[in-house]
Design a protein around this ligand. Structure first.
Ligand code: JCF
Length: 678
């Protein structure tokens, strides 16, 4: 506002409220109502108005979130009401015991429990006086914590002021401060790029961020507060339900967990656990279990405490995702593109619900970053279906018996040289298809479900076929029909399975252009890129003759991908393989490579998400492509329609926030039926 327009106190108050509403929608409700640019514009406008009239700055102005360093570090503060810890349960039996104890003590049956995911962060207590945030304190030892108000204020999901015209005179809210997985990854990536130390997990990153003396540092960290209980209140009648108390907190502007639920009895608790256990890995934040609380506050008060833990609550823990074990040795595996991956052989350990005996070490850089040696004791992590990782080395356990990891210079499978391309982290075997390992991996990729989809040609059989030199290129798969006796000689192959396999191979010849291109296994060309390429070029000849400059024109294809594609088709044996496959009779529907503009869904971009029951997601994608649509992996402003099955998560939320039309499975089925596609 360089031209100094006149404005009033009311204008500042109104703009402050507008910004806080935007921020609440974004940070608490996860449903932004304006683009970031609009928020930033309003924020700068408020900053300028405040600079002209500092005496009008509102206490809850977003500009007040980042303040000065506290002068004398963090002061100690006694909690009004102690912050309790939780007893743990590790199995169903302990949950049954817990419920029986509650029934006995309260002389009631069918207890109502309030359940919520247990966030893996740090507990804090927030004090509000007449609706204004006055203090934020860490849990500390439960009785005394540290005053970290200046850091807490930088967290946007912490309301500086309650959203109420008559807030309670005093309110203390307890909650967990955590760092969502995506923010954690980004933070670590930035730290790594600057050559700084990375955090081992989101919990440590959250703890480290709150311990910063400079609030500016905390402000730069992606922290979130989720409220989990009312710790203390004056001048307001609490409902006799923990659950309803949380609903009130949500109304006052706090983020509460949207998976929170009330259930009946231990049966309800166990069902809730099973459901969350399957969803755990898809959540945007780490959880380490479920918290169950007796819902009635009257009952809670009657049940009371033992030592520091309430009798009315329990934390049911998931199997640990991190464990300590020893590295017995390091093997080197050769992948489809020749990439050499060091794999740590571990003393087998139960982690994340399974026994793990291997963990990937990725590449030389990762070995250097971890500083890992053979015989080291390490923390390993297995989350969901992700390959187990080595998180860090326990240096204090070193005995002197540790040995450096020696990266080979020759391929352990074919003895060809290993080379490292400048600027790349991976080292590769230069053997190409001479290397049995690369050939096996390429074949496994070629026959996989999203590629040529040849059922019955499993990893074990491929290995045998390659070892027996029956198959030396993908083309050979299609002449197996001339050698049934050789197939019968393979392990666990009978007349029936040979017949089935040969049928599956024949059937795979009728495919889709994008599947074929994906199956070729060109480096950096995944399922989505294969789709984009085939839709852009329309024919194999055009794709094969495209220059790097032509390729860069394709959406999502950058110079590196373009180079890999060109390199692939410049290699004679690759061209020979493609031609050989076509000679074997591989074809795809002409509709796909015909005049795209005449197809019913031409020019439309679809995204498919969630669980479908009538079709598989791949089937739906294939069908949409046949109808001329483009299928993308992520929702954006350019998306024309999101097909959302059950349990659609973030993509559905994003589509809704961008007003992208959403179609459920029924509507999709109707459309495909109307178009005669099914
Ligand atoms: O999410 C949590 N980590 C969490 C911790 C949730 C709760 O409801 C808690 C808690 C610690 C103590 N409740 C208590 C009483």
């Amino acid at each position: 506002m360089s031209d100094k327009q006149a404005f009033t106190l009311e204008d500042i108050q109104a703009l402050t409220k507008t910004l806080n509403d935007y921020s609440y929608a974004y940070h608490v409700q996860d449903a932004p109502i304006v683009p970031d640019a609009e928020y930033d514009r309003c924020y700068r406008a408020l900053q300028e108005m405040e600079a002209q009239h500092p005496e009008w700055v509102q206490q809850d102005s977003p500009t007040q979130r980042v303040g000065e360093k506290p002068d004398n570090g963090f002061a100690s503060v006694d909690h009004t009401v102690p912050m309790l810890s939780l007893d743990n349960a590790f199995d169903n039996d302990s949950m049954v015991d817990f419920d029986e104890r509650i029934q006995k003590l309260s002389k009631m049956t069918d207890i109502t429990y309030c359940c919520e995911p247990k966030l893996d962060g740090l507990a804090i207590s927030l004090r509000y006086e007449n609706g204004q945030l006055v203090r934020g304190v860490t849990r500390g030892d439960g009785l005394t914590g540290e005053d970290i108000t200046s850091n807490i204020k930088t967290i946007y999901s912490v309301p500086l002021k309650l959203r109420s015209d008559n807030p309670p005179p005093v309110l203390e809210v307890r909650g967990e401060i955590y760092m969502p997985k995506a923010g954690f990854e980004k933070l670590n990536q930035q730290a790594a790029e600057r050559g700084e130390k990375t955090f081992v997990n989101p919990r440590n990153a959250a703890a480290g961020s709150l311990r910063q003396l400079d609030p500016k540092v905390t402000a730069s960290r992606p922290l979130v507060l989720c409220a989990y209980s009312i710790g203390y209140v004056e001048g307001w009648e609490q409902p006799d339900s923990h659950y309803e108390g949380l609903l009130q907190l949500a109304e006052w502007g706090f983020k509460t967990n949207n998976l929170m639920a009330r259930v009946k009895g231990v049966q309800g608790c166990l069902e809730y656990y099973d459901k969350l256990a399957t969803e755990r890995d898809e959540l945007s934040y780490d959880i380490d279990g479920i918290v169950y609380k007796v819902d009635s506050i009257t009952q809670q008060n009657k049940l009371g405490f033992v030592a520091r833990a309430p009798r009315w609550a329990i934390a049911r823990k998931f199997p640990a995702q991190e464990e300590v074990t020893q590295i017995l040795g390091v093997d080197f595996q050769v992948g489809r593109t020749g990439a050499i991956t060091p794999v740590a052989r571990l003393q087998p350990t139960f982690v994340g619900g399974v026994t793990v005996s291997n963990a990937t070490l990725h590449n030389q850089d990762e070995i250097d970053r971890l500083g890992v040696k053979v015989n080291d004791w390490v923390v390993i992590r297995r989350a969901g279906d992700v390959i187990p990782q080595v998180v860090h080395v326990l240096n204090e356990r070193r005995t002197g018996a540790e040995q450096e990891v020696e990266f080979p210079t020759k391929c352990p499978v074919c003895d060809s040289d290993i080379e490292r391309v400048a600027g790349e982290a991976v080292q590769r075997c230069t053997g190409g298809l001479v290397c049995g390992a690369q050939l096996k991996e390429r074949l496994k990729h070629f026959v996989s479900r999203k590629a040529m989809d040849i059922d019955g040609l499993g990893d074990k059989l491929i290995e045998q076929l390659v070892d027996a030199k029956l198959v030396t290129t993908p083309v050979d798969i299609y002449s197996l029909k001339d050698k049934p006796a050789r197939l019968l000689a393979m392990e666990r192959m009978g007349d029936k399975s040979v017949e089935k396999l040969l049928n599956a191979i024949e059937q795979s010849k009728q495919t889709l252009f994008n599947r074929f291109v994906y199956a070729l296994g060109i480096r950096e060309v995944g399922e989505a890129t294969a789709r984009t390429l085939t839709q852009y070029f329309g024919s194999l000849e055009k794709l094969m003759s495209a220059t790097e400059a032509d390729l860069i024109e394709v959406e999502d294809v950058g110079p590196i991908v373009a180079q890999h594609i060109r390199l692939f088709f410049d290699q004679e044996d690759n061209v020979a393989t493609v031609e050989g496959l076509l000679e074997q009779g591989i074809t795809w529907e002409i509709a796909q490579i015909g005049d795209a503009s005449e197809q019913p869904l031409a020019g439309k971009t679809y995204v498919v998400t969630g669980t479908l029951s009538r079709y598989s997601r791949d089937e739906v994608k294939d069908t949409l492509i046949k109808l001329g649509a483009k299928v993308s992996g992520s929702v954006s402003g350019k998306t024309d329609c999101l097909v959302a099955g059950e349990k659609a998560g973030s993509k559905l939320a994003k589509a809704q926030s961008l007003n992208v039309p959403v179609m459920d499975e029924e509507a999709l089925h109707q459309m495909l039926t109307d178009l005669g596609a099914v």
